[in-house]
Design a protein around this ligand. Sequence first.
Ligand code: PHE
Ligand code: ZN
Length: 877
Amino acid sequence: MSQQGSQQSQQQPEPIYLKDYKAPAYLIDHTDLRFELYEEETLVRATLKVRRNPARSGKSPLELHGHESLELCRLSIDGEVLSERDFSRDDELLHIADVPDEFVLECLTRIHPQLNTALEGLYKSDGMFCTQCEAEGFRRITFYPDRPDVMSVFRTTVEADRKLYPVLLSNGNPVESGSADDGRHFVTWDDPFPKPAYLFALVAGDLAVLEDSYITASGRKVKLQIYGENKDLDKLDHAMLSLKNAMRWDEEVYGREYDLDIYMIVAVDFFNMGAMENKGLNIFNTSCVLASPRTTTDAAFQRVEGVVAHEYFHNWSGNRVTCRDWFQLSLKEGFTVFRDSEFSADMNSRTVKRIEDVSMLRTAQFAEDAGPMAHPVRPESFIEISNFYTLTIYEKGAEVVRMLHTLLGAETFRKGSDLYFERHDGQAVTTDDFVQAMADASGRDFTQFKRWYSQAGTPRVEVSDSWDAAKGVYSLTLRQSCPATPGQTEKLPFHMPVAYGLVAQNGVELEAGVLELTDSEQTFTFDDLPEKPVPSLLRGFSAPVKLSYPYSDEQLLLLLKHDGDGFNRWDAGQRIAVNLMQQLIEDHLAGKALSLPDAMVDSWRAVLNDESLDPAMVAHLLRLPSEAYLAELAEVIQVDAIHAVREFLRKALAVALQPEWLEAYKRCTSDEPYSPDAESCARRALKNLALGYLLATDEDALLALAEEQFVDADNMTDQQAALSLVVHSGFREAGQRLLDDFHTRWHHEALVMNQWFAVQASDPWSGALERVKTLQEHPLFDAKNPNKLRSLVAAFCAQNPVSFHAQDGSGYRYLGDWIIKLNKKNPQIAARLLTPLTRWKRYPQAAQQLMTAELERILAQPELSKDVYEVVSKSLA
Ligand code: PHE
Ligand code: ZN
């Protein structure tokens, strides 16, 4: 056999398919783990009570997952040591051909957490040991059926040096502890709830703890502990408060109580994702748990609240009821995101939360749905599951659950969720099981609805109307379609709720309700109307679709003023701005001069001066649609034109409304001490939006205002806003001055410095790439730390479109170099960073060529990780 070239000689990873799912051949009733942690290596002793799965007929070999990095030291069955002849091992699996129906398997494995840069399995973060097992990290710890449908009761003993690692944690309740030889000690933990291996966790370190307690609805006392580094002990209160609020909320809204005697959260600085819901022992990225007014922005306070709640809610939606296989990932993630977004809506402003969520969905998830990695909420195949922790699984999955909630109403939805938790407690199930519980509780048929799980792509809904003045009959005709996505050319109609209102010319609402669209075309009529109404469609964004209706500017202005649905008021404003900006982009490309229509100035002035409005709402109404959103909407993305037009408009609106901006700025400035409550956040949001417009006028006096705010701020929201606004403004020298000042103030705070990196990486002015390359050499930058990579590399590639898409291809090359460097070291992060390159089809020809050349260069590298291989090869397909 001859091999030609490096590419052919590599074995390409194969996808695995949902349709090939088979129940496990063996079950593990009990898992006993003993960890001996040392500075060079860790020994893992696993004792598994194994039993043939009665649901599977015939005899099968025992197959255990085991990562290639595992050193197998000893393997025995019922005390008999196995010899090399009794088993075989390949890259991923250990096979034992001949095993009894029931037996005890003992396995001794040696691993090297200190060398683990992938941050999956057991690794070290700043001197402490921690684990990350979802989705398939447990196989880097020991040989095990590492699949979510194998649920086992775990007992874990952790042994380590007492001085270096005084705190030893695992899942469940601590049941034993004591001393061992050589200054070592151990703690044994027992978790009575059967769980899949992906929920296993272990932590060992020298940690400080904030402790509190919570009394559940039925009167049980639960100990709450949040662990972190000693220097961060003052940043844990907000997470603790959020946790208690989440526990109460889940009792009140879902009737779900916590089940163990202790709930622990540990903050770690090296983490690939946001946080992880390990049973009783959540592990959090510091960025999602630490918060203090001085160091943390309002947005980050809210993220902490949301993520703490999200992980807590997983205790039921994810842990007590888990996923049968990873194709069902959205079963736990979509439902849990829906739960946490409702929680945040209840804790803060519901409308504002909805606006934020939908903005993100429409920019980033819609872009994903239109790109080469588009996949259904329940994917049919994958090469590397880590690549499927996506906006589609999480956010679109949450929208699908939200639609069920809208179709059923809160009360019936609750019956459905009660039935789901009752029926499936302790089981590993599918999204079909979830929908079935909703169907059974309501008596409704959701067969068609389930297409939301199986069909990818963002549906379009085109709406037209007619008015019969003589009869007073208004009708709306809705047509739906869905663009092709990889592997799916034809789509069948979706079942979707379209919430609507009909608004009269004087702003009064004539009628409101929810239309159920099921056919590809459907007409709905409304009788006895006094006049032709303006339709307010898709209120609250009741379905994740692109809805179009030929609105005139007058109609949109009417909705902007009077729509009874806060979300649609905002959306009317967005539509006005988008229409204008799309026109200006065309003008810009045609070399025409740009101008700002008076009508726009008038309507903005009205909003800005309307003191009856929630300032957060005003801030959202007056923030121009982002460059990313305009890019998503464009046929061909003209990066520079989009940027130029948005900057033109910002400046023009700044100048035209300068007195009003100043007035709003002053109105929203307060002397009260910082508080992250919704009302204060709203004020700061509007104040800092106004500051941005004021700076856009390029007037020196207004720069002084920003610098003053920077210096005087008693909170990070105001200071960070001033910093990034000045750095991104035309005041280049002042920008550098503030950066230096900020560095002096905050160089000892890792999370704050992430902002310092990100502000520079996302600076749209020229020279950003050179600056980013210089910053890579900064002593605080660490290429092994995902938060740092996100602050610098991802911020440049994803938040600085003008620089990333520089016409000489330097931005693409820069990203390509990083992917190649990280491919083996941290494949998950490498694959995630790739996203901006995968969207090449949306850009003009010249950019397409440069981007695909870069993808080809990556694909030609030897030994691509599955993660990177899957994303690159699918992008080029
Ligand atoms: N399951 C985690 C969550 O959604 C996310 C996660 C996935 C974290 C994989 C780490 C690894 O809360
Ligand atoms: Zn989750």
